[in-house]
Design a protein around this ligand. Sequence first.
Ligand SMILES: *Cc1c(COP(=O)(O)O)cnc(C)c1O
Length: 357
Amino acid sequence: MNPPITFNPGPAQVYSLLQEALQEAYAKGILSLPHRSKAFEEMVARCRLLMQQKLDLPANYTLLFLSSATESWEVIAQSLIRERSTHLYSGAFGERCFAYTQHLHPAATGLAFELNEDPCYLLEQIPSDSELIAITHNETSNATTLPALFLSQLHEQFPDALLSVDATSSMGGVVLPWTQADIWYASVQKCFGLPAGLGIMCLSPRAVARVHEIGESGRYNSLSYMLEKMEKNQTTYTPNVLNIYLLMRVLEHIPHIIEIDWKLQQRAKTWYRFFEEHSLWQPLVAYASNRSVTVIGVQGEPTQVQAFKQHALKKGIYIGNGYGQWKNHSFRIANFPAIPDTHFQQLLDVFSTFQSV
Ligand SMILES: *Cc1c(COP(=O)(O)O)cnc(C)c1O
């Protein structure tokens, strides 16, 4: 039996290989595997190697496991910021990251930009003493991505600041310019096609050095402690061992990220063209360069949006709701690698059979 089709941008469609992998996990005793065992350490080591082989993660970046992207926000604020970070955001996730950081560090600066605005004009407003600049690579809430050169511009203008990138809905889906930032994090229920409950963080040597310089410690999720444990391929607490196993299986299964990226780009192009030419729907994001590859935002009249989602549901297909201020007049379609082309063919059929209300 197959699970219902979902285009929700997280929790999202999982890889179909999980059916087999879950049974194997059970049979192999992964569900009871102690996290201080040799077998666990080997599994973590294999994940670290596969992240390099399949996603091109630089060998000198350290992979860490957390429980979510949300936890990453907190951990970064705790262990990588003394007082002053700057947060650039256009949507709900970037804003929430800023709010949590501000709770711990009241001197944090938030710089908001609009959905259809190029954030480059904000470069002048970033305080020069920012220790860390936080940005969202793919803002899932409004289906935008960063302009191609933005990270390198940030890096050039603020060479001393660490760059922290929320890549929750793009890591595993598109080629990431790893070396242009110091902290990359994600959770696995988006582009990795896994169930929720595991976060991934990748730290550059510069970020690791900053952790030691600041020296924050004493918490189960202090980065200094997590890094110490990861030297032995361990975690500081009993982690989601099953999901780490499944991540390993997915990383073994998927092609190289260049191939995945190319495929998602083609699908995104086809769908954006489809909406540009449609009478009822339009891409939510006006400029092609700001449109997300992995999350396709579509806007329309609220009544049509509502009716369309219901029509899709009747055909057994779940469409992602609009988010935050875009809730009523938009919907989102995940273009994640675990979603097969056949599902998109079925989606096309849902569009062609929809009668506007
Ligand atoms: C989904 C998402 C998050 C939150 O992920 P959790 O696993 O729920 O913590 C954060 N940032 C972005 C950009 C997301 O898409």
